[in-house]
Design a protein around this ligand. Structure first.
Ligand code: TMP
Ligand code: ASP
Length: 252
């Protein structure tokens, strides 16, 4: 089989041309980065686990009618997705104060917020993904008011779904980031959840112990990220079965 053409290599994933012009293959790498790639490591098996976990969340979202780009998982590290035009805004939803919001506004980490708070960050690594307002997004043509309204509505639906899934496994969804893309259907455009949803892009705290089960473990050197992701995948029921250590490896 001819090797697929690479379209883009990001920090945690590689995108290849898919079998049809409107599809893409997303390959999940084992690389972990933080602070705009100032901190880097390779976490054995992380790509396999994030592929499974993102599949699990995106499949659930598709099933309850929240549109995503996800079509199907292809193998241990790859999934087939719809090609979208990614809107250059990271959409962050926060249920509990943490991270950059706690720092910026001086609100103690762990403070429950009175309602989910949505923030937009302009996707530009050379600027360190700055926080922007809807006014910026409209004035600079990144998204229209209608896009932003739809993005907020999608983000809140993802939040409700993800809060429920996490509650079911004893985990609090503190905050998360999603990316949203446009799909064109003739003259019409639809917005769908794109990229990935995984513990790389969420804050997840155990409800009983407050133990962190997300990429903060790597950002803050709190332990072994691979172990934490394996625990989360096991709780979610998507932990891949161990293959034998000798002989050829089965791709399942
Ligand atoms: P923050 O508190 O650092 O702004 O992060 C908010 C959420 O967004 C958190 O769940 C981690 C996620 N996130 C990403 O997915 N990518 C990023 O580049 C950053 C900075 C945060
Ligand atoms: N995603 C960013 C990076 O890879 C920042 C982060 O997640 O902390 O460097």
């Amino acid at each position: 089989m001819p090797r697929r053409r690479m379209i883009y290599e990001g920090k945690a994933k590689i995108l290849y041309e898919g079998p049809d012009p409107d599809t893409i293959v997303q390959y999940f790498k084992d690389d972990a980065t933080a602070f705009n790639a100032a901190k880097k490591a390779v976490i054995d098996g992380k790509g396999v686990l994030n592929n499974r976990m993102s599949e699990h969340f995106m499949t659930g979202l598709n099933l309850i009618g929240v549109p995503t780009h996800f079509i199907k998982r292809l193998n241990m590290r790859e999934q087939l997705v719809r090609k979208v035009e990614v809107i250059p805004l990271e959409v962050v939803v926060r249920n509990v104060a943490a991270g950059s919001m706690s720092k910026r506004l001086g609100i103690a980490e762990g403070t429950s917020l009175p309602r989910p708070i949505i923030e937009f960050y302009y996707k530009d690594d050379s600027l360190n993904d700055p926080l922007v307002t809807e006014e910026h997004a409209i004035a600079f043509g990144w998204a229209s008011q209608q896009d932003l309204d739809e993005m907020i509505s999608l983000a809140l639906r993802v939040n409700d779904f993800m809060c429920g899934v996490m509650y079911g496994i004893g985990v609090k969804l503190v905050d998360f980031k999603i990316e949203i893309g446009r799909i064109f259907d003739g003259d019409f455009q639809r917005l769908v959840v794109a990229d990935e949803i995984s513990p790389d892009s969420c804050r997840l705290w155990d409800i009983e112990t407050s133990k962190k089960l997300d990429k903060d473990v790597f950002r803050q050197d709190l332990g072994d990220l691979g172990d934490v992701y394996a625990e989360l995948a096991t709780r979610l029921g998507v932990m891949p079965k161990k293959s034998s250590t000798s002989g050829p490896k089965l791709v399942d």
